[in-house]
Design a protein around this ligand. Structure first.
Ligand code: DCP
Ligand code: MG
Length: 443
């Protein structure tokens, strides 16, 4: 049947039926959500972004909220994390102070965020993406790029149809709606997913890219934030179309490497690849204090418990690291990081702690710190880790002791054995803790 892959006719996003003519509603199910585009079957980079993510999860879990304006936020920051589309009609936006949001929409239901739940749902959706292609690059909790090139043989369907089915599956199985953008590059796929929100599905082809971009504001270009936009505005540049008329040399002379990006992206030239989630590059733990701390006596026990946390996670993942990284943030938010490379990779809390402590000692100069962190990078699998130290007999003894402690903790829980250092930590402060498994530099 010749019309099957004829992009003029397209298909229905609801029942996937191929259309045989250019009518407005699906010939099979009557849905108006038809997709047509001259390049419909030739584009394979997709960007997916969930609609009003946190708010939609809460509405899903409490149907009474369905038609009510819902705002997620509050807590210490006192700002809106997100608002559902009903609340947005009243002018509520992300990052708005909560009191302003409630002025705009006094009847809104305010819910404080349940991050654990959102992370869980985000992972479920990501897993569904990985069912389609291994080339999934998450950008945040609710959005990711997918590269579906070459998957047509596997799915027996071109990427646009695969993505329409994906959006339907997320609605059916997770109970949330997403918006999808499809193009030939990341830059335009991301713009497309934002185009028709919520429940959107937009396509930007190669042929139309330059014309499509020409009347758009420069802030649509990845990397043009508030400050850079002000610079461009000062130079009289507001639209991407203006950049399209400028030479590469002139843009680079004015804006350095950013000039090259402006030149390329304004013309729809973007060869960045979809990079699947990288291997873990480091494992770390850090904590922010309520009251700043200057003394080693107070910092050391905290460092010890952070080291134990990192060590537990390394052991659980069967990995070890060779570089120990200490992180400190002073009262005035100045960041200090200090590294030391070990002779062999380690996963032992004792080695991480002692190395961190020797780095920390050098930083004690009266400065009051608001944050302390310790991490391990340069990771490898654990079979080369922590060889017995023939020179330092004490280190070997401590390693053997730590293995024994691990066994006890495995049996009786993490608090079964206190080391001298954690034991000394008499007055637990109220702290904000953060664990990081850094997926690499690209994110
Ligand atoms: N988020 C936040 N603070 C912000 C922006 C976002 O806490 N300033 C959180 C809440 C959002 C989630 O991240 O639900 C995803 O961010 P998005 O920018 O994708 O916003 P939404 O998914 O909420 O809405 P949209 O439909 O516009 O994508
Ligand atoms: Mg979103």
């Amino acid at each position: 049947m010749a019309y099957l892959n004829d992009p003029r006719f397209g298909f229905c996003r609801d029942c996937l039926a191929t259309q045989t003519s250019e009518i407005k509603r699906c010939q099979v199910c009557g849905s108006p959500r038809l997709l047509r585009h001259p390049e419909l079957y030739g584009l394979s980079i997709a960007h997916v972004d969930c609609d009003a993510f946190y708010a939609s999860v809460e509405k899903r879990d409490n149907p009474e909220l369905r038609n009510k304006p819902v705002i997620i936020g509050g807590g210490k920051r006192g700002v809106v994390s997100t608002a559902c589309y009903v609340a947005r009609i009243h002018g509520v936006k992300s990052a708005m102070p909560m009191f302003k949001a409630l002025e705009a929409c006094p009847h809104a239901v305010v819910i404080s965020p349940d991050m654990e739940k959102y992370v869980r749902v985000g992972r479920e959706i990501r897993q569904m993406m990985r069912d389609l292609t291994p080339l999934v690059e998450p950008l945040s909790i609710d959005e990711a790029f997918l590269d579906l090139s070459g998957t047509e043989r596997l799915h027996h369907d071109p990427p646009a149809r695969v993505m329409a089915q994906f959006a339907n599956r997320v609605e059916r199985e997770i109970g949330l709606s997403v918006s999808v953008g499809i193009s030939y590059c990341k830059f335009l796929a991301k713009i497309a997913s934002d185009f028709e929100k919520p429940r959107g599905f937009s396509i930007i082809g190669k042929e139309e890219a330059v014309a499509f971009l020409s009347d758009k504001p420069v802030t649509m270009i990845w990397g043009v934030g508030k400050a850079f936009n002000a610079t461009l505005e000062r130079d009289g540049i507001r639209t991407i179309g203006q950049l399209q008329t400028m030479e590469l040399g002139a843009l680079m002379a004015s804006y350095g490497s950013m000039g090259q990006r402006l030149y390329r992206l304004s013309r729809g030239l973007d060869t960045r690849r979809v990079e699947p989630e990288g291997e873990t590059k480091s494992v770390s733990a850090e904590t922010t204090f309520n009251d700043d701390i200057a003394s080693l006596d107070e910092l050391a026990p905290i460092l010890r418990s952070l080291s134990e946390k990192v060590s537990r996670r390394l052991k659980a993942a069967d990995i070890a690291g060779r570089t120990i990284v200490l992180k400190l943030k002073s009262r005035d938010f100045k960041l200090r990081t200090r590294n030391r490379q070990l002779a062999d990779p380690t996963q032992l809390a004792d080695r991480i702690f002692r190395t961190g402590l020797s780095l920390l000692e050098k930083e004690i100069d009266g400065t009051r710190f608001r944050l302390l962190g310790i991490g391990v990078s340069d990771l490898s699998d654990d079979n080369r880790a922590d060889p017995l130290d023939l020179v330092d007999v004490q280190a070997t003894k401590r390693a053997v002791a730590e293995t024994a402690i691990d066994k006890l903790r495995g049996k009786f829980g993490n608090n079964a054995v206190e080391t001298g250092y954690t034991f000394r930590r008499v007055k637990p402060r109220s702290e904000i803790s953060r664990d990081d498994t850094d997926p690499g530099e690209n994110r």
